[in-house]
Design a protein. Sequence first.
Length: 289
Amino acid sequence: MLPFRLTGQPDSRMPLYLYGVGTQEEKGLHRPEGFPVYQLFLARDGGGLFNISGKGTIIVGSGQLFALEPGIAHEYTPHKRTCGELGFIGIGGESAESVLRTTGIMCERPRTLTGFDLIWSQMTELWKGLDQGGMSMWQMSTLIYQLILDLAQAMAPVGYVSHVHGSSEAGLEGLNRAIVLMQAHYQDDLLLKHVAEAVGYSVQHLNRLFHQHYGVTGHQYMQRWRLQKGLEWLNEHPEASVKEAAENVGMEVNYFIRMFKREFGETPGKGMKLRNQLRLEQDHHPRHK
């Protein structure tokens, strides 16, 4: 057993830090006020029931990971006649939520881990570093980030795609991650296949989600976003050419013109002329206040 250890006050520049780490033999937990930071629970050779405010009862089995947000009231009751341990890791910092959600660790249900013993040993090394005082908080922050990445990889081979497909909430989260990628990389030669791989979906499933929520395919959504950004760029650069606008959003110029007209009802060149004419008229005839 590794008695629970807390770290000191983290450096304000530290986006991700270890709050505390430890293990306990199978016994109950009662936290009516929740915990101040994100918690990762690891069940070893045992397991039990989490009763979580607003979410009901969740069963955690041996070799599984379960994560809880800060401030969520919860109780834990171990299974009877087991001799396991419950490991817990507290993670704080401004980037904790985004890192844990992006890696899929903040999931509604427990996740079985491959190579569980290796993960447990990494947690043990964190505890030793904290207990012996041989590491700075910056070094521990590096280790906790590596542990999060290893946890994400340990979850992936065990039905990760099929699991998120079966959950509408998790599926929507994956769709949102895909949208973030598309909007961030609309200027790049980004294929829908690569977006789907990045969020752990097949192209077919990602297209189904886009059609369900937006009435278009993933490719059509990405194309519309590029066209919208192209229109914004033309409005911000009235002296620029259509070719420059097309290149700025990663599209071939003739295809950009054709799709632009289909989307907005006029060619980008015609729209530019009309907008420039309106600007000239406003410059010559300013409104009186």
